[in-house]
Design a protein. Structure first.
Length: 281
């Protein structure tokens, strides 16, 4: 039985909240020269990212620590990076997850806080290379926030295309986290730029974005799992998930984003399976 069958179905049918471990610190990321990677961004306007989620630990205020982001793609499902939910043995389980949705500030009291009951990690995720860095988490109840539609056509991810990212990650390499959600604009870069910089870069699973040669706005520690969107006919579409990069905002160190147009089938199949398991609970 696969990960979903072992964890989600068993947990839901038994009426318990079981799931895999979570990432609680940047040190959990395999590899010494990447961050789980918003630097030089701008404060987001209220209501501009209604589907974004912040990850925190139950019993700990969001103001103290948020370690990843995600995007609501169904009222019960948030899409994020696999390295946000797969960590070293002995670290806290995902039953300690809570997600803040519909919030602009970490210190805010609006929106929703919902715990996680299960996760689904891509079966080919590689902790060392971060290939297939994609997962979804299942919420204990349906969120009332709007969901974000996925980008379905890879041809729209053309070199030079403007893209938007957002998160509560560090404002500089090794720096502190902001209270207010930050956003930034960058461009889709030629795949060769990431080929040149990262030995394990796989253009079959990710795409390269940032400012070349830079420096320029960038995602940083704590932004992992968060959204990268492009505009299609004036509507934001979820194109990527923040995966990794070099030093935040540094010249010639672009970011790598999981290319969701390559995972349409995986997402569709697993959303249906999750909803089926929930229906049996």
């Amino acid at each position: 039985m696969d990960h979903l069958g072992r964890v989600l179905s068993a947990a839901l049918l038994a009426g318990t909240a079981l799931t895999g471990p979570i990432m609680m610190a940047p040190s959990a990321l395999a590899g010494e020269d990447v961050t789980e990677t918003i630097v030089d961004g701008r404060p987001a306007e209220a209501g501009s990212w209604p589907a974004i989620a912040m990850f925190g630990e139950q019993g700990t205020p969001f103001t103290k620590y948020t370690f990843c982001g995600g995007t609501l793609i169904h009222p019960r499902i948030v899409l994020t990076a696999a390295h946000c939910v797969v960590v070293k043995p002995g670290e806290p389980p995902a039953t300690s997850f809570k997600l803040g949705l519909g919030r602009l500030k970490r210190s805010g009291h609006g929106g929703e806080t919902i715990r996680v009951i299960a996760d689904v990690v891509h079966r080919d995720y590689d902790r060392k290379t971060l290939h297939n860095d994609l997962a979804m988490v299942v919420l204990a109840r349906a969120s009332q926030q709007p969901t974000m539609p996925l980008l379905k056509q890879s041809r729209r991810l053309t070199v030079g295309r403007s893209a938007q990212v957002a998160g509560w990650g560090n404002l500089s390499e090794g720096g502190g986290q902001p209270d207010r959600l930050q956003e930034a604009t960058m461009s889709v870069l030629p795949q060769r730029r990431c080929d040149e910089v990262y030995d394990d870069y796989d253009r079959r699973t990710g795409f390269c974005a940032g400012h070349w040669p830079g420096p320029g706005p960038d995602t940083c520690q704590g932004d992992s799992g968060g959204p990268m969107t492009i505009s299609v006919n004036g509507e934001a579409r979820l194109a990527g998930v923040t995966s990794f990069g070099g030093d935040c905002g540094a010249p010639k160190e672009p970011g790598v984003y999981t290319d969701l147009t390559r995972y349409k089938r995986w997402i569709g199949v697993n959303v249906r399976r999750v909803l089926g398991a929930l229906g049996r609970g």
